[in-house]
Ligand binder design. Structure first.
Ligand code: AMP
Length: 395
């Protein structure tokens, strides 16, 4: 696996695909700079070697050139985070860019305009990728958030660099973390899968079932399993076409000696609302008119015991509707248990959209070993798929 350390960037231009797809408010200020912070170590390594950086990224989903999606809005934030004045050019291909790149000196950073202003980016257009490839001596992919896409700047471009391509520090760390959980893990390994639906996690379950010792199931998917086992789930979220699948997962787990832990009690509500009336009941005995929106205290205790004895922990998906305070306790208790296990020496990886939001919201970010920056990319890796952005560097 080629990384930044295989190169000395002195007098070289690094063309770095970063993921600066950051949230902006109405006045175009960056409201969360996590992704910029995450790219910092790669940029600094190149500058410290005596090289320069040409940064390229997408932002949002523009339809053609739309000023509100211009990367111009983030120049000041990138400058502040990296501590070096960032130059900007309002295109990503063409003469203007060519001139700005030729004028770039060692120690300088140039940010190109939003790649998705050209439809060729998402189409993976080879001619567009070739034009982009002119802007650097070495291609560095550090965009984990888009590594599962075969776009021009994330995958197609790599073929123009033969040996002069590598992973940035962030992407390398993401790959290592997942590898540490799935292939080089210290046992026992526990995966916690929450979130809304079985259907969106099935690929992950099937891929990890033989690699882990425990799977904790929570969130909305709980009730598809409980119903399949004959429980009464009232109006809880359920995928009736996945009942057979749930049973086959349980059977497969038994064959693989993997223990599946289901919530034993639930916080149920008479409406999908923070103002709803609530009760705590056995997960298998939910009456009509009520729905399970969080796991209950007995479940939290049971899950905490499993986590306490785990040496490797993977967490994907909240255990309840954590966005509403009334149904956040199960997710918070789980976060506490993972934080404690991590303090006692376990390796913990949190990833995949909503669990990252939960971890941030409840302040667990510094208490786990690693928080992934990629939602979809992380899920695809956990499903055992090879990602175009990673494959292109390895080729
Ligand atoms: P996912 O994107 O699949 O990880 O799902 C995350 C979403 O699942 C969050 O928005 C949660 O509010 C939701 N969720 C978690 N538990 C439940 C539940 N018991 N019923 C309905 N939705 C849930």
């Amino acid at each position: 696996m080629k990384t930044l350390n295989d190169f000395n960037f002195e007098n070289k231009k690094a063309l770095i695909r970063v993921d600066f797809n950051v949230p902006l408010n109405e006045t175009f200020e960056v409201t969360d700079d996590t992704r910029i912070q995450a790219a910092k170590s790669t940029i600094i390594k190149v500058l410290e070697d005596g090289g320069s950086c040409v940064l390229m990224s997408h932002l949002g989903r523009p339809k053609g050139k739309e000023e509100k999606f211009s990367l111009r809005h983030i120049v000041d934030k990138v400058t502040e985070v990296i501590g070096v004045q960032v130059k900007f050019v309002d295109d990503c291909i063409g003469d203007k860019v060519s001139e700005a790149v030729s004028n770039l000196k060692s120690g300088e950073i140039l940010l190109l305009e939003n790649l998705r202003f050209y439809s060729e980016e998402k189409a993976g257009d080879i001619a567009f990728a070739e034009q982009l490839s002119k802007w650097g001596d070495v291609y560095v992919n550090d965009a984990f958030g888009t590594a599962h896409r075969a776009h021009a700047s994330t995958a197609v471009i790599a073929q123009f660099f033969e040996k002069n391509k590598c992973f940035g520090n962030l992407l390398a760390k993401e790959i290592e973390s997942i590898d540490k959980v799935l292939n080089n893990s210290e046992k026992p390994v526990t995966a916690i899968l929450g979130g809304a639906k079985v259907s969106s996690k099935i690929g992950v379950i099937e891929n990890i079932i033989e690699k882990v010792d425990h799977i904790i199931v929570g969130g909305g998917m709980t009730f598809t399993f409980i119903k399949a086992l004959g429980g009464t789930i009232g109006n809880s979220l359920v995928e009736d076409d996945k009942l057979e699948l749930a049973l086959s997962i349980l059977k497969l787990a038994k064959e693989q000696n993997t223990e599946i832990h289901l919530p034993v009690d639930a916080v149920i509500a008479d409406a999908f609302s923070n103002d709803a009336n609530t009760q705590i009941v056995d997960t298998t005995k939910i009456s009509d008119g009520w729905m399970g929106l969080d796991c209950g205290p007995k479940t939290s205790e049971k899950f905490a015991e499993v986590i306490a004895k785990s040496k490797t922990i993977l967490w994907n998906g909240p255990l309840g509707v954590f966005e509403m305070e009334k149904f956040a306790t199960g997710t918070i208790e789980l976060g506490n248990a993972i934080a404690k296990a991590t303090e006692n020496g376990a390796f913990s990886l949190v990833g995949g959209g909503d669990s990252v939001a939960a971890v941030k919201q409840f302040g667990f970010g510094d208490k786990v070993s690693y928080v992934s920056t990629g939602g979809g990319a992380m899920l695809e890796m956990l499903e055992g798929k090879s990602l175009p952005g990673i494959e292109a560097i390895l080729k």
